[in-house]
Design a protein around this ligand. Structure first.
Ligand SMILES: Cc1cc2nc3c(=O)[nH]c(=O)nc-3n(C[C@H](O)[C@H](O)[C@H](O)COP(=O)(O)O)c2cc1C
Ligand code: SF4
Ligand code: SF4
Length: 442
């Protein structure tokens, strides 16, 4: 049986699955219930001077049959008095001394930071997370993402916190910034023991077509909210990778957050360098019980690969994530259709003809139209295999023999890249395109 336990910058947890700071960690009752279900840690709903929330607060992107493919909220930090939260942290710690409770904090002045840090330490919190991410409400008051978007301010506040804190400090970053490395570096330079990301993405999920108000609607009006859930995972993965590959940041533990719902999502974050993961939307959607499948899936994965601890595979994908200029231009794949699996929906033909490279023809066979790849036209873009609704019906076949390797970078050094508008060395020079007037015959 593999060992799932982690020591995250000094915060010990029986497994890497933590609840993110959000409604599921709003009370001791919920955190106890989550630990009972199998969660290894919980980042408490952000503490500070309590707020007054609006109603309604959540919006969502329901994509086709999937509800909450993306989720949006305009909720603020905790609206419960600090003393109630501290009492409950203390109580939960008594029942679960080996589980991780991290107190998420957001206050304004240096004196407030010093006071609240002492308070949560006295309550028995194992770590602190600095919420520099909230993109609505709190930022208008100079907190949350207003700090996360200003690396210098962020570094100063992390510095204040480090002067006082006796327990490990995690700095939580906002994705609402063009270059995530800037606040990442500021956190490390400020002395933060770890980093977590991402918080929610500034967003409007939709507009009511009768009232013209954005969702979620509050008495006929709305405001931008924070986007999360499955839709944001690719953005979060990329940002985790950016930090995990940076020479000055890579030795700082990273907690990955954003769209995690299954063990597979969690493993992807770990392969890109996260050594704990946090979940919010999936728990709000399906409840604490999802951790059971996450845990058993992770154990199966580790058994299959022969990993004994989490640290055996954290960051394993990083060497394969390179810059575009280092990709092999000689690698060549071509689509292949398995006619025995094809249901004749023609989606591949439409996608390739209208949206790609006119490399699929439809041939009449026994009264039905069968798609066929025109090998010499296929650029190997993947589109048809992505739109095909039948699993493994369109696969991509390698056509180069793997012996040749030339990258854009090498070509640049060798002075063989296209440099003029009509350069003969362009990749698409001479590649088939139909005559303009062929469009009218279809
Ligand atoms: C309703 C709601 C409230 C949230 N409140 C907080 C908060 O108080 N503090 C915080 O750091 N993040 C907060 N978050 C952000 C989450 O902790 C998390 O970073 C984000 O939702 C991405 O993870 P997910 O895709 O698993 O939801 C909140 C998210 C939601 C949906
Ligand atoms: S891989 Fe791209 S170019 Fe090739 S057949 Fe499919 S859609 Fe067309
Ligand atoms: S998309 Fe797939 S199933 Fe549909 S016609 Fe093309 S190959 Fe057949």
């Amino acid at each position: 049986m593999p060992d799932l336990s982690i020591n995250f910058a000094g915060i010990k947890s029986p497994n890497p699955f933590w609840l993110a700071s959000a409604p599921p960690t709003n009370s001791g009752y919920q955190v106890m219930k989550a630990f009972e279900a199998g969660w290894g840690g919980a980042v408490w709903k952000t503490l500070g001077v309590p707020v007054i929330n609006v109603s309604s607060r959540y919006g969502s992107v329901n994509y086709r049959n999937t509800r909450m493919a993306g989720f949006n909220n305009i909720e603020l930090i905790t609206d419960r008095p600090l003393s109630d939260n501290l009492k409950e942290i203390e109580e939960v710690k008594k029942y679960f001394p080996d589980h991780a409770i991290i107190a998420s904090l957001m206050v304004e002045t240096k004196a407030e930071w010093e006071q609240i840090i002492r308070d949560v330490e006295n309550a028995g919190a194992d770590g602190i997370e600095l919420n520099f991410g909230c993109p609505h409400g709190m930022c208008e008051r100079g907190m949350g993402s207003a700090v996360g978007q200003e690396p210098e301010v962020l570094q100063t506040i992390v510095g204040w916190v480090m002067e006082t804190a006796k327990i490990p400090v995690i700095t939580k970053l906002t994705p609402n910034i063009s270059h995530i490395v800037d606040p990442g570096l500021a956190a490390v330079r400020g002395g933060s023991n770890a980093i977590s990301l991402i918080n929610t993405i500034k967003s409007i999920v939709g507009i009511d077509l009768d009232t013209y108000a954005p969702y979620p609607v509050v008495d006929g009006k709305g405001t931008n909210g924070g986007y999360c859930g499955p839709a944001v995972k690719p953005i979060a993965l990329e940002m985790v990778k950016e930090l995990a590959q940076h020479p000055e940041i890579q030795s700082t533990p990273i907690s990955g957050i954003g769209g995690i719902e299954t063990w597979r999502d969690a493993v992807e974050f770990m392969l890109l360098g996260a050594s704990s993961v946090q979940v919010c939307t999936a728990v709000m959607h399906y409840g604490f019980g999802i951790v059971r499948e996450m845990e058993s899936g992770l154990i199966d994965f580790m058994n299959q690969k022969g990993y004994e601890t989490i640290y055996d595979f954290v960051g394993k994908a990083l060497p394969n994530v390179t810059e575009w200029k280092h990709l092999n231009l000689k690698h060549k794949v071509v689509a292949k259709i398995d006619a025995t699996k094809c249901i004749g929906c023609e989606l591949c033909y439409i996608a390739c003809d209208d949206g790609a490279h006119q490399a699929i023809r439809l041939s009449e066979v026994g009264g039905s139209r069968i798609p066929e790849i025109i090998d010499e036209n296929c650029v190997g873009c993947n589109l048809c295999s992505l739109v095909c609704p039948v699993e493994e019906c369109i696969t991509m076949e390698q056509r180069d023999d793997g012996t040749e390797q030339v990258t854009w970078h090498e070509k640049t050094l060798a002075n063989t890249i296209p440099t003029t508008f009509d350069d003969d060395r362009a990749g698409g020079k001479g590649h088939f395109v139909p005559k303009v007037t062929d469009a009218l015959k279809k």
